[in-house]
Design a protein around this ligand. Structure first.
Ligand code: AMP
Length: 212
């Protein structure tokens, strides 16, 4: 049995065509059922639904053989024990710094002010501002980062941006692009040895689909 860990939403929707190209079709619809283990058309392949931030943990400790997870989550949670054979080029976005419209970010940076930065991505933000030599107080949030500059909780946020519509709707502007993000295939290293043939088959088929 091969167990693939996925999270609901963007990644789940974007991975379906790549799975299909690898001959795997998910038979249960996570929007219609509350099942956490989904069957596929391959009797020896199943999907488990977990939170995005839990995908690396499931794969690292063998709760799943493989998983799909954003580079943002991987950078934030560490990649110990994970083989990363493939950039799947899905759920593409960027991780950026944004401030309230009207806040003079470059002046604040130039003057060496201490910036309050709210984010879910504390490790990524810490590395980014340290490399720039900008002093920051990081405030860890778990969601609705956009609210932080609007309420005075923070001067800036570090968050994922795709179309930019969420920032615009909340009167925020993107002032720095930290890095581009896409989802990666991660594989448990022991599983790769023990179930080499079926796992390799899936990786190769997905690689072909990504290249196409
Ligand atoms: P947008 O309005 O298209 O710029 O999307 C921004 C919102 O969607 C933010 O709340 C982000 O956290 C979230 N978001 C954008 N892209 C992704 C992605 N690839 N994976 C997860 N969340 C995302």
């Amino acid at each position: 049995m091969i167990t693939l860990a996925l999270s609901k939403g963007r990644i789940f929707d974007d991975i379906l065509p790549l799975l299909k190209a690898a001959g795997i079709e998910v038979l249960d619809d996570p929007e219609k059922s509350r099942k956490l283990i989904l069957r596929t058309n391959q009797p020896d392949v199943r999907v488990v639904l977990v939170r995005a931030t839990d995908v690396p943990t499931y794969v690292q400790y063998g709760g799943a053989d493989m998983g799909v997870v954003g580079k943002d989550t991987l950078l934030e949670s560490g990649t110990q024990g994970l083989y990363q054979p493939l950039d799947l080029q899905i759920a593409k976005c960027r991780i950026s710094v944004a401030v309230r419209d009207g806040f003079d970010y470059s002046a604040a940076v130039r003057q060496g002010s201490r910036l309050k930065v709210a984010t879910k991505y504390v490790a990524i933000a810490r590395d980014f501002f340290a490399a720039k030599g900008v002093h920051v107080d990081l405030i860890k949030l778990y969601g609705s980062m956009e609210l932080a500059p609007l309420t005075g909780l923070a001067d800036a946020i570090v968050d994922l941006v795709s179309t930019g519509n969420t920032l615009k709707a909340n009167h925020l502007v993107e002032v720095e692009r930290i890095m581009d993000i896409s989802s990666r295939l991660v594989v448990n290293q022991a599983a790769l040895k023990l179930k080499q043939a079926p796992i390799r088959r899936i990786i190769d088929a997905m690689a072909k689909a990504v290249a196409a």
